[in-house]
Design a protein around this ligand. Structure first.
Ligand code: C2E
Ligand code: CA
Ligand code: CA
Length: 723
């Protein structure tokens, strides 16, 4: 089957003769219009119907006229018969059962006229005599003397002449030769049918021409318009209608064309609205209505070319990040957070000149770029303005006031970069520096920042090397039970010995220097996995080779939760190393609860189901609230070492340590104190009924062999650590 559109189009390249348009398809349409009409199905149906109707009517008429024609011929024949018979009858003959005709007369009659047979009856219907061919109507009845008989092949015709036909008192049945009538009738029918066909053809043709002109041409014209519109509804080529709009079809064409045009208008309207919407979604932030990162980068490109064209000398790029926005969002809910973001966006937009582009780059990060002029001639000025408008007054959300502060980084083109990415990146570096320096401040980009960044990159490269060349090691620090004095566990702490050309042959890099780099780069995942596996292997070795079966605590950073499937890895490590699940403890800081809370709850529950223990590290320094704690399957709180360090000379810290112990106990948790350096610390903790301790008083973190020596050499008495 050919494709519909193709067959329609080939069938319907139609237009109108009066059409004045010059385009080539219209010329095509003009030439093919009559042919198209004759090809059209509807034309053929109408033609056939008209033709058949005329034929049927004429056939009816023919039937009537044929009968009349035949009757006329038969009565003529009757007259011939009568005028042949009557003169042969004896004028004086009476109805005396003798023939009124002489035999010779009768024989002559039969041989010379159309009369081929005869039966003569008396007026009483007594048969007197028959002549010639035998008759069918031989048995006459008085009631039915008007009877006639025509032979089946039409060759003979029998009829009754009565006394008053003949002017003699006799009744005669005559058989006449009627064979000539069939021939005449045939010729008559032939002529009539020929005339009928000619008439039908003529009438049909005239009708078709009239219909083609007034009906089909306009319909085909409308159809070609509709087909063209269906193929290209948005931009239909509408040929002006040459048909009179005041008649029904011309009017319909006018309406159809109007609808086609309306449809086209609607489609292009919908399309342009959709394009606008897509443009908006692609280039604008839906929350604030400000340009998004993509549009901002485009604007930077435009600004740079404006500098290239000499229209502008320099322009500023300012990035800002709301301080502690995440806390607001988490504690007050997204509605409040969103309202603040909208407020900040609005305030920034209205405070900046027209020439500035203010955009929302991500969650709580905004950026501004604007050409510098004599009014505002440094990027720092823009940054100061930004920080001041945000500080100026609190944002009001649901009748609550929120004081918002921002950290701002600024850079200038062309001073601080040659391409859009670089100026933006440098503004971001300055922003990070502002955040590092305590937030709520403006930092201008300087090259030293770059050096710091370079150093971080170097650190990352070195850390990768360190993993490959076994420079990482684990040290172990014992954890003791305050009541029994026994070693009940150890914390695994990572160490990086980085070889160099110095006298010592290398240097220890402290974890606080490289752990953040590892976290930012994602390297914390493989490092953390190595730590967990090594720590578990050591713990299993202690039990199997040295006979002490204690728990090993491993530090897990928040990023490990979000960046890896920690549950699967823990499960795998347990089954591969053979450690008892409850002899592995994961230490997490409270920052882990600040991330995706649902994910954290889910992960902690899964870990708990595996059977590993969970401790909150550095407890007391973060955001943990009681309600949080109840949600999580925690086993142990680890009081941050700063509280222990100051417990003896700062009553607040002592109170905090005390509260953590009672809080932990009220929730059925064990409490361990770290950073226990002195006997006084220990006495304080015993008094507060803390459960476990860890610190320099007992042992510093040390390599595996030293740790084994420490545990096997220890007599189990806390007093043995007294100096
Ligand atoms: P943290 O988990 O709070 O570890 C305790 C830190 O306190 C350790 O420092 C330890 O050496 C030190 N410390 C122990 N007892 C005392 C004491 O009596 N007095 C004093 N002043 N300090 C004591 P370190 O080993 O430098 O670790 C620092 C931080 O690095 C750790 O803090 C932890 O957050 C992180 N870290 C260490 N190892 C790993 C690891 O394998 N994975 C992850 N993600 N982080 C680790
Ligand atoms: Ca720890
Ligand atoms: Ca700690």
């Amino acid at each position: 089957m050919p494709p519909i559109s193709k067959s329609i189009s080939s069938e319907l390249s139609i237009s109108v003769k009066k059409n004045k348009h010059k385009s080539s398809d219209i010329v095509d349409n003009l030439t093919s219009a009559p042919t198209q009409i004759w090809k059209s199905r509807i034309s053929w149906r109408i033609t056939l119907a008209v033709f058949m109707t005329i034929l049927a009517v004429q056939a009816g008429i023919l039937n009537i006229t044929m009968n009349k024609f035949e009757q006329g011929r038969l009565s003529h024949l009757r007259e011939i018969g009568r005028s042949a018979i009557a003169p042969l009858m004896d004028p004086g003959a009476r109805d005396l059962l003798s023939s009124p005709m002489t035999d010779s007369g009768a024989t002559r009659l039969l041989s010379t006229t159309k009369v081929n047979g005869m039966a003569i009856y008396s007026s009483q219907l007594d048969l007197i005599k028959t002549y010639g061919e035998p008759l069918t109507l031989i048995m006459l009845e008085r009631e039915n003397l008007s009877k006639t008989y025509r032979s089946f092949d039409g060759s003979s015709y029998e009829l009754v002449f009565r006394a008053n036909d003949l002017n003699r008192p006799y009744i005669i049945v005559a058989r006449l030769d009627s064979s000539h009538i069939s021939g005449e009738l045939q010729a008559y029918v032939k002529d009539t049918i020929l005339i009928m066909l000619l008439m039908s053809a003529f009438v049909t043709t005239v009708l078709m021409i009239a219909m083609g002109k007034w009906l089909l041409e306009p319909i085909l014209f409308m159809r070609s318009n509709l087909v063209a519109a269906s193929k290209n509804p948005e931009n239909p080529k509408i040929t002006p209608s040459p048909f009179d709009p005041s008649d029904e079809i011309g009017g319909a064409i006018q309406i159809a064309q109007k609808l086609i045009q309306q449809n086209a208008d609607n489609i292009s309207h919908i399309r342009s609205a959709a394009e606008d919407k897509i443009h908006k979604l692609a280039y604008y932030d839906t929350l604030t209505g400000l340009p998004n990162r993509t549009l901002f980068l485009q604007t930077l490109v435009e600004n740079i070319s404006a500098v290239g064209d000499g229209k502008v000398e320099r322009f500023a790029v300012v990035t800002l990040d709301l301080d502690h926005f995440k806390d607001v969002n988490d504690s007050m809910g997204h509605n409040v957070g969103d309202a603040i973001l909208r407020g900040v966006g609005k305030r920034l937009r209205t405070s900046m000149p027209e020439s500035a582009t203010v955009s929302r780059m991500s969650e709580d990060e905004f950026a501004i770029t604007m050409p510098l002029s004599t009014d505002i001639n440094s990027a720092r000025d823009v940054g100061e303005k930004v920080i001041n408008v945000i500080r100026a007054e609190p944002f009001k959300v649901f009748n609550e006031k929120f004081q918002v502060r921002a950290s701002v980084g600024v850079s200038t083109f062309p001073d601080d970069g040659t391409d859009p990415d670089q100026v933006l990146k440098n503004a971001d570096i300055a922003l990070n520096r502002a955040k590092e320096e305590g937030r709520d401040t403006v930092k201008e980009y300087t090259e030293d920042f770059d050096n710091a960044v370079q150093q971080r990159f170097q650190m990352l490269r070195d850390l990768r090397d360190a993993m490959e060349s076994d420079q990482l090691d684990l040290h172990y620090q014992p954890q003791l039970d305050l009541k029994t004095g026994k070693v009940i566990g150890a914390e695994a702490l990572i160490r990086w010995w980085k070889p160099d050309n110095s006298k010592e042959g290398g240097v220890f890099i402290p974890p606080f220097e490289f752990i953040p780099v590892a976290e930012q780069s994602g390297l914390i995942v493989p490092i953390g996995e190595w730590v967990m596996r090594t720590a578990c292997e050591s713990a299993v070795g202690w039990k199997e080779k040295h006979g002490f079966d204690i728990r090993i605590a491993v530090n897990v950073s928040a990023n490990q939760f979000s960046q890896s499937d920690i549950c699967a890895f823990v499960q795998k490590t347990i089954s591969e190393t053979g450690i008892r699940p409850n002899h592995l403890e994961l230490e997490v800081t409270e920052s882990v609860f600040m991330a995706d809370i649902d994910h954290t709850v889910q992960t902690l529950k899964e870990l708990h189901a595996i059977g590993v223990e969970l401790a909150i590290d550095d407890f007391g320094t973060g955001y943990s609230s009681l309600s949080y704690l109840r949600q999580f399957p925690i086993d142990r709180l680890k009081i941050d070492q700063s509280f222990i360090r100051n417990a003896l000379n700062n009553p607040d810290d002592a109170a905090i340590a005390r509260t953590i112990v009672s809080l932990g106990h009220s929730l059925n948790l064990k409490v361990i104190a770290e950073g226990v350096e002195t006997k006084e610390h220990e006495i304080f903790l015993v008094k507060e009924e803390c459960d476990e301790v860890q610190g320099y008083r007992y042992a510093r973190p040390c390599p595996n062999e030293d740790f084994i020596k420490f545990v096997t050499g220890y007599n189990g008495k806390l007093g043995s650590f007294d100096k």
